[in-house]
Ligand binder design. Structure first.
Ligand SMILES: NC(=O)c1ccc[n+]([C@@H]2O[C@H](COP(=O)([O-])OP(=O)(O)OC[C@H]3O[C@@H](n4cnc5c(N)ncnc54)[C@H](O)[C@@H]3O)[C@@H](O)[C@H]2O)c1
Length: 386
């Protein structure tokens, strides 16, 4: 089997990610069967695709004929999982981040999809090997991890589970390339893969600083905004959802150690139901349909802008030590294309001397009582640059 055999893709889940993953496939002229559990969800996903493609036509980036083809014959919607999978060459799952749910759906897909079909998960953090264990075709199961919004973000982490075959990985990489995405080959399905794992380190750092009351959320966000970022870390956490942040942190803590877990104030916010944008209150108050007001004049002077990069570089070096990626460059590729960062942490790391990096990490590990920030052997040897 090769990439030319992928003619029909089934996308399972028509939510934020699923509709985007379906749209990206449709834009290459691939047939898509879009599934969700209720008519209203699948219709909402379809309408989001139609309006997004219409905007691309308006901007002259997509020919009107392709828009017509998508509306006419390329996109099929259904609430019947077996029907969605029946003629699929590739299935991509984008349902909620709950292992038991994903395993149940993969078990059903295994029965419903043709024997040759590849089954992929868009999970942000979870083990593809565990998901594949619900099927009798682990060699055909892989991770295809898109970033939000899938139409704009270029990264697709192509993830190898324990049983994934070379052929499946090659088709996964070719599928990303066909969509003009940047596919990064993830050799092992370690928690959070590359981009989310590397980002967890600064998330822990920032929440520890806030936990100790050293810097107020507004002062931190104002600082980061004044450095040129479109959104500060606290607003971003509100935007993603305090509950999502807590669940992801708990998952990292369970799999990698308690140091990756959520700070106490996040748990309190979750208990109070202050979940961020979706409830109108998180770190900040969110006006209906708008963004919180951040007073940029309140920018802190207590934050060293290199700290988040330092802990990211350290985390990236762990990925090499654990055999998840081959080179540090792949980490930068992932961070730039997954989150739209202008520059990756490794490129920044190349400008920092080994001693400064080691000193900085030891300082942060001690000050915030976090062993996860202690410099790795690779960093100590200067290998973070390669
Ligand atoms: N949102 C992000 O930023 C992001 C980024 C990358 C990956 N992901 C991952 O993508 C997956 C989907 O996330 P999302 O943000 O699109 O979620 P979402 O809640 O927006 O969409 C999930 C959809 O799956 C549907 N669904 C289909 N089958 C289901 C079933 N059997 N049980 C329950 N619901 C079912 C739901 O009805 C819903 O429409 C998750 O694994 C998530 O971790 C999310």
């Amino acid at each position: 089997m090769n990439i030319d055999d992928i003619k029909t893709v089934a996308v399972i889940g028509a939510g934020d990610m699923g509709h985007g993953i379906a749209e990206v496939a449709l834009l290459t002229g691939t047939r898509v069967n879009l599934y969700d559990v209720k008519d209203e969800y699948v219709e909402r996903g379809r309408d989001r695709i139609f309006s997004s493609v219409a905007k691309l036509v308006e901007k002259g980036r997509v020919p009107a004929e392709l828009d017509q083809a998508i509306r006419g014959k390329l996109l099929k919607t259904t609430t019947d999982l077996a029907e969605a999978a029946a003629d699929a060459d590739l299935v991509i799952e984008a349902i909620p981040e709950i292992m038991s749910l994903k395993q149940q759906v993969f078990g059903d897909l295994d029965k419903a999809a043709p024997a040759h079909a590849l089954l992929a998960s868009n999970t942000s953090t979870m083990s593809i090997t565990e998901i594949a264990s619900a099927t009798r075709r682990p060699e055909k199961v892989l991770g295809l991890h898109y970033f939000n919004p899938a139409v704009l973000m270029k990264l697709v982490e192509v993830i190898r589970a324990e049983g994934t075959s070379d052929e499946t990985m090659q088709i996964g990489m070719a599928y990303a390339a066909k969509q003009k995405k940047v596919g990064v080959y993830v050799k092992k399905d370690a928690p959070g893969f590359i981009a989310n794992r590397v980002n967890q380190a600064p998330a822990v750092l920032v929440t520890e600083i806030i936990e100790r009351g050293e810097i107020e959320p507004e002062a931190l966000d104002a600082f980061v905004r004044r450095m040129g970022a479109a959104m500060g870390p606290c607003e971003l956490t509100d935007y993603v959802g305090i509950d999502v942040m807590v669940n992801v942190s708990n998952y990292f803590a369970e799999k990698l150690g308690s140091g990756y877990g959520p700070a106490k104030h996040l748990l309190s916010m979750m208990e109070r139901g202050d979940l961020g944008k979706k409830t109108g209150k998180g770190y900040f108050d969110w006006p209906e349909g708008g963004r919180p007001e951040i007073d940029l004049s309140k920018a802190t002077r207590k934050f060293n802008f290199l700290w988040p990069y330092m802990v990211q570089i350290n985390e990236a070096s762990k990925l090499i030590q654990e055999g998840v990626v081959d080179t540090m460059n792949e980490v930068d590729l992932a961070m730039i294309n997954g989150f739209g960062a202008p520059i990756g942490p490794v490129a920044i790391g190349r400008q920092i001397s080994k001693l400064d990096l080691i000193d900085g990490l030891e300082f942060l590990a001690k000050r915030y009582d976090k062993e996860i920030f202690l410099p790795t052997n690779r960093v100590r040897a200067g290998g973070h640059k390669f």
